[in-house]
Write a protein that binds this ligand. Structure first.
Ligand code: SF4
Ligand code: SF4
Length: 211
């Protein structure tokens, strides 16, 4: 979306700065804390019980809805990111513990980092025939999911950080309404992380049956 000159008012600049504050230091720090907490607390068998799996599935439904809306905002800054590409550079894995467990509580990758195998989202996209750019060659020296035509995962199956992160240049391409929507969605994603930590705690100390 084109940002009009009339949108460059102090109030709108403030909204963009608040949005960047949520997107970067707050989300980054909160994501790290919640992932480590959930990973350390979760009972590795009971977190896969029927009860817990239902609760993870509900969190996953909410996560997908949030990422779908963040994806709509992304279309306004896609041209900025396509030119830059910095976020997808480097071969480190992007998916964190909660990205994997929320999408598939039975995942074998329950460490802080996934060192082998593929993203849970990739398996789901393949199984559901949702892979994007299937004929495009892979990009070298970048995230394993990046092709020369863009990310091969649908936005709802990407790691949360891929949709939640915005730099100043990307945020500059957003309208006032998009920044406001972004703040609301990022707050929802922060809350979802906390709910995931609470569910991990329930798997260890709550009344869940190891089915
Ligand atoms: S968010 Fe910013 S740093 Fe990341 S790819 Fe887009 S323009 Fe580049
Ligand atoms: S999953 Fe997609 S959006 Fe996220 S870093 Fe990899 S290529 Fe980029």
């Amino acid at each position: 979306m084109q940002v009009e000159a009339s949108e460059r008012t102090p109030a709108r600049l403030t909204t963009r700065l608040v949005f960047l504050f949520y997107s970067r230091p707050v989300f980054r720090a909160w994501e790290i804390v919640c992932n480590h907490a959930a990973r350390l607390i979760a009972h590795k068998e009971r977190m896969r019980s029927v009860q817990c799996s239902r609760a993870w599935a509900e969190l996953n439904r909410q996560r997908m809805a949030i990422q779908r809306e963040l994806g709509r905002i992304s279309s306004s800054h896609a041209h900025v990111c396509a030119q830059c590409g910095h976020c997808c550079k480097g071969t480190r894995e992007r998916d964190a513990f909660l990205d994997r467990v929320i999408q598939n509580p039975h995942t074998e990758h329950i460490g802080a980092r996934r060192r082998t195998g593929a993203m849970v989202g990739l398996h789901i996209a393949q199984a559901q025939g949702q892979l994007l750019h299937p004929d495009a060659p892979k990009a070298h020296g970048c995230c394993n999911e990046l092709t020369c035509a863009g990310c091969r995962l649908p936005q709802t199956l990407r790691p949360m950080q891929c949709l939640a992160y915005f730099c100043g240049a990307a945020a500059k391409a957003l309208s006032q309404q998009e920044c406001e929507a972004g703040i609301r969605l990022l707050k929802q994603l922060l809350k979802l992380h906390w709910q995931a930590v609470r569910l991990a705690a329930r798997s260890r100390w709550g009344r869940t049956r190891p089915d």
